[in-house]
Every structure is written in structure tokens, then in C-alpha cells.
Design a protein around this ligand. Structure first.
Ligand code: SAM
Length: 215
């Protein structure tokens, strides 16, 4: 079997490097919503959307590692009407998102590299992208570079990588350097109760939603 194909969440969290990640999502895109998100009762996009709106976040919004568009869909369900753009390095995932017609702009880019996007954002959100086998804190400066002054961030960071990948230190450094303000964390469950019957190892995963503003 090709590396990562059809191994669901377990395969995704064990990915080693960007090429493996891209290859994995090429296959996973096909049944990400109906398989993984539905079966595991994937709550995280809705938690991030609620946290962003609860912080009075405004658009235009950039959804980082947008995937199939579940976070933007949650924002729309909660009544948010400002423009939302997507950035993701997987063309296959962005194709699924495009079918939903919720993003104004969709950009294929690697967020661990400097971003060249056509506008600056009043809000930057992300669910499920800062996790094992995915993206580390090296992306944070690139996201700050496309944020307007005072832009509201709401980024989920899986608790498994909070310290090991250095998110704790990276966010504290950005606050010390006064590049971000108003940093606080909300703890949430990533999955609902049904996940226990599907993947006992990850069913109880928790994430921190890092809320902060660009300076
Ligand atoms: C677990 S999915 C989350 C998708 C969506 N936000 C959600 O909550 O359903 C992680 C997403 O991050 C994207 N991704 C991983 N590494 C990336 C990178 N370096 N640059 C851009 N996107 C990346 C993947 O392509 C995938 O769509």
C-alpha cells in the first residue's frame, strides 16, 4: 500500500515531513468529511469558530490548513458573513472545499514558508493543522506577516505537541517581543463520544485554542 493510504487519523498523525503529508491528503480528501470527521464526531472546527466569534473576531478571515472547509462551514453556520479565504498546500483538500462554495479566495501554499497572498486579514483561524505529523510553530511568523494590526487569531494546537514542538516557547517569545498581545488559551475536546469506538488512542485528544491579537 502507498504510504499513508486509507490509514485514517492514525496515519495522518504519524506523517514525517511535508511530502508525506501532501501524499497522504491526496487520498484522504476523498472521504475526510464522511469518514474521519463524521465517524469521529470531529468537534474542533466548531470549537475554533465559536472561540473566534467569542473574541469578536472580524474578517476578512484566513483559514489556515483549511482542508475541506469544515471550519469555514462552522463559521457560516454560526452566522458569520464576512469573507473567508482558505490556504492549504493540498490541492485535493482544496478541491473538496471549493465544492462547498464557502471561500472567497483559495490559495495553495505551504505555510511553513513565507506567504505571498493578495490581501491582509482581520482574522486568522485554524483547526487541526498544528498537530503531530503536521505543522509546527515555525509557521507563526508567516501568519503574522499576512495579518492586519490587531487581527484576531484563533489557532487550535493539539496538546500532544504543545510542548514537544515548542508552541509554548514560541508563543511566549512572540508575546515577550510584543509581536502578539492578549494571549490566552481555551482547552477543548477534539472529538465527541463516538470516537472511543473508532480510535481509542486518540478519542480523548485535547487541543488548546490559542487566542491572541497581532500587535
Ligand atoms: C487535519 S487537516 C485539518 C483540515 C481542516 N482545518 C479541518 O479542521 O478539518 C490538516 C490540513 O493541514 C494541511 N497542511 C498540512 N501541512 C501544511 C502546510 N505545511 N502548509 C499548508 N497546509 C498544510 C493539510 O493539507 C490538511 O488539509
Amino acid at each position: 500500500m502507498e504510504q499513508g493510504k486509507d490509514q485514517g487519523l492514525k496515519g495522518a498523525l504519524g506523517l514525517a515531513g511535508p511530502e508525506a503529508c501532501l501524499a497522504y491528503y491526496r487520498h484522504w480528501a476523498e472521504n475526510y468529511d464522511q469518514g474521519f470527521a463524521s465517524e469521529m464526531q470531529y468537534l474542533l472546527p466548531a470549537h475554533v469558530a465559536a472561540a473566534f466569534l467569542g473574541s469578536r473576531g472580524q474578517g476578512p478571515v484566513l483559514d489556515v490548513g483549511a482542508g475541506t472547509g469544515l471550519l469555514a462551514a462552522a463559521l457560516r453556520q454560526m452566522g458569520f458573513t464576512d469573507p473567508v479565504d482558505a490556504v492549504d498546500f493540498s490541492a485535493a483538500m482544496l478541491e473538496r472545499a471549493a465544492e462547498k462554495g464557502i471561500y472567497e479566495g483559495q490559495f495553495q501554499a505551504d505555510i511553513t514558508k513565507p506567504l505571498s497572498l493578495p490581501r491582509r486579514y482581520g482574522g486568522i483561524v485554524s483547526s487541526g493543522t498544528f498537530t503531530a505529523g503536521h505543522v509546527g510553530p515555525e509557521a507563526l511568523p508567516h501568519l503574522l506577516s499576512v495579518a492586519r494590526p490587531q487581527a484576531q487569531f484563533a489557532l487550535s494546537i493539539n496538546r500532544r505537541v504543545w510542548t514537544s514542538a515548542g508552541f509554548d516557547v514560541a508563543l511566549a517569545d512572540l508575546a515577550d517581543q510584543k509581536r502578539i498581545t492578549d494571549l490566552h488559551l481555551i482547552e477543548v475536546d477534539v472529538y465527541g463520544a463516538a470516537a472511543a469506538g473508532i480510535d481509542a488512542e486518540h478519542a480523548a485528544d485535547r487541543a488548546a485554542i490559542a487566542l491572541f491579537r497581532a500587535a
